[in-house]
Design a protein around this ligand. Structure first.
Ligand code: NAD
Length: 280
């Protein structure tokens, strides 16, 4: 039976380190958050981010812009925050109204204030193994792997999902640890090869968004399984991996909810402190 890799206790441990770092800074770090219009998911993120930030001694500034804000207006606002020396990090809440293209806007955030680690300059630094600010979800996965004490050198690691926010940057972080990385995606499934790749994984990371995509019987005995997926099925939140069957074969497995999720906001705060240090 696998050991549960829970995100919450690890998040608490990392928060303690962040608190110490914050106390060494000359001034309280400031996270500026932009919310355009009103919607339930963004409200929930803002609430949880504010709580975490304040608990760590970080100032959380919420800027609410109206639903009709244009791309030009938002870019202008981002640029004002870029030049505001009091602001250390900027985050734009999703979802955004349909007239705004997040990918376009997020590139206007200065790389040193890009606490989500999604600016092309920060993504590019991952390629060179020099990134100080990492995208939050891949960073959370790497922390969970560290917790298992697995030596990734030469390990067969399979990542299912190749999105810009999870799979792609995560594969680069894993390569940096000299893992043998296979990245699977919709093309792999369409070619009928997903099972074959998953079966050989000593470490399996799944970030797709399809409940039950990964069958428990595909899990190699003793594998480490990190399930990033979040799916709502009949009023329950589940991951992408068939948990009960996988748990019997894996050595470690993340629960969903309670695995990767609780760590991502902690990674955001760690990025903010890193950004504040870079700016000092
Ligand atoms: P995305 O939609 O951008 O990418 C999905 C990926 O899955 C793509 O690479 C696609 O090719 C692949 N895919 C789709 N169908 C597939 C199939 N049948 N077989 C194999 N691959 C397939 O998604 P994303 O933004 O990377 O998010 C993925 C999941 O992770 C979602 O459930 C999301 O909610 C969750 N997520 C969780 C956290 C967290 O904090 N826990 C953070 C980010 C994303």
């Amino acid at each position: 039976m696998a050991k549960l890799l829970e995100g919450k206790p690890l998040a608490e441990k990392i928060k303690e380190e962040i608190r110490k770092e914050v106390s060494t800074l000359e001034k309280k770090p400031v996270l500026a958050s932009i919310q355009v219009g009103e919607n339930a998911p963004a409200e929930a993120y803002v609430k949880s981010q504010r709580k975490t930030a304040e608990n760590l001694g970080i100032e959380y500034q919420l800027h609410r812009l109206n639903q009709e804000t244009t791309e030009t207006e938002l870019i202008q606002f981002v640029q004002e925050l870029n030049s505001d020396k009091a602001v250390n990090g900027i985050i734009i809440q999703l979802p955004l109204p349909s007239q705004i293209d997040y990918k376009k806007i997020s590139q206007f955030i200065l790389p040193e204030k890009d606490v989500e680690g999604m600016h092309p300059a920060n993504m590019g630094k991952i390629t060179f193994g020099k990134a100080k600010i990492l995208p939050c979800t891949p960073a959370a996965v790497m922390e969970l792997l560290k917790e298992t004490q697995v030596d990734l050198y030469g390990k067969e690691v399979v990542v299912v999902g190749h999105s810009e926010i999870v799979g792609k940057p995560l594969s680069l972080l894993l390569l940096d640890k000299f893992a043998t990385v296979t990245v699977c995606h919709i093309g792999t499934s369409k070619a009928g090869k997903l099972e074959e790749h998953v079966r050989k994984a000593e470490v399996l990371i799944v970030a797709v968004g399809k409940a039950g995509l990964i069958k428990g019987e595909w899990i190699k005995a003793g594998a480490i399984v990190i399930d990033v997926g979040i799916n709502r099925v009949a009023d329950k939140i589940v991951g992408d991996v068939e948990f009960e069957a996988a748990e019997k074969r894996a050595s470690y497995i993340t629960p969903v909810p309670g695995g990767v999720g609780p760590l991502t906001v902690t990674m955001l705060m760690r990025n903010l402190v890193e950004a504040a240090k870079l700016q000092q």
